[in-house]
Ligand binder design. Sequence first.
Ligand code: NAD
Length: 241
Amino acid sequence: MADSDIEKLQQIVDRSKRLVFFGGAGVSTESGIPDFRSKDGLYNQKYKFPPEYMLSHDCFVERTEDFFDFYRDKILAYEAKPNAAHLFLAELERKGRLSAVVTQNIDGLHQDAGSNRVFELHGSVRRNHCTRCGAFYGLEAIKAQRGVPRCSCGGVIKPDVVLYGEGLDEDTVSGAINAIENADAMIIAGTSLTVYPAAGLIRYFHGKDLVVINLGEAESVRGALTIHHKVGETLSQIKIK
Ligand code: NAD
């Protein structure tokens, strides 16, 4: 990573008053949670059915037991803690310099780090509801049960995670769009920008400074300062003044 890139990023963070961070699975790889599309990611492993099916609404309905086997094994298996990227963003928010984190992640690590304004486009593993009576359950309730998690009423408990084939929550999307539209700077990090409609939200940015931080290949974003490095390591070099 060139020193000049860090200097440019430092200047952008220094002059920004309404920064928005738009992140993806790569933001949590430094916490030990694998992403989907890197070389060692979930999509490059072999399963009976492709991950797109295993994490789909159809699979949840048609093969509920297989869905939860995969979900527990591949999505809930990590005891992760926030890394330098999550902590940097929480501190930037505390200083009144970050207007929002917009994330495609479902792991809740931004909140663990102390961020409050987080738009979780794809929901969260921390929230779960009974499909019959609507009762709320936290993550531990899902982890504690084996097989298909059941509510005390007998209904199946479904994670509030946006599965393939399901729509995004409208309030979350409009909150994210509002934050992006009003931002003077945006950092896009750790995302392949291939999952729609989430990736399409970056087009609402009309501010001055755009930054992309990505370890590997990603869709190129016109006009952005692009840093090919780990997001946690990169942001830990930036001072919050
Ligand atoms: P993706 O797997 O498609 O892409 C991740 C990108 O991050 C890749 O381009 C990779 O090069 C980059 N990357 C990996 N580690 C990095 C690092 N340390 N620093 C900078 N860049 C890094 O992820 P996506 O675009 O978010 O789309 C995948 C979907 O999978 C999302 O919708 C998300 O909901 C879901 N997902 C979430 C988690 C999580 O919650 N932690 C984990 C896996 C997948």
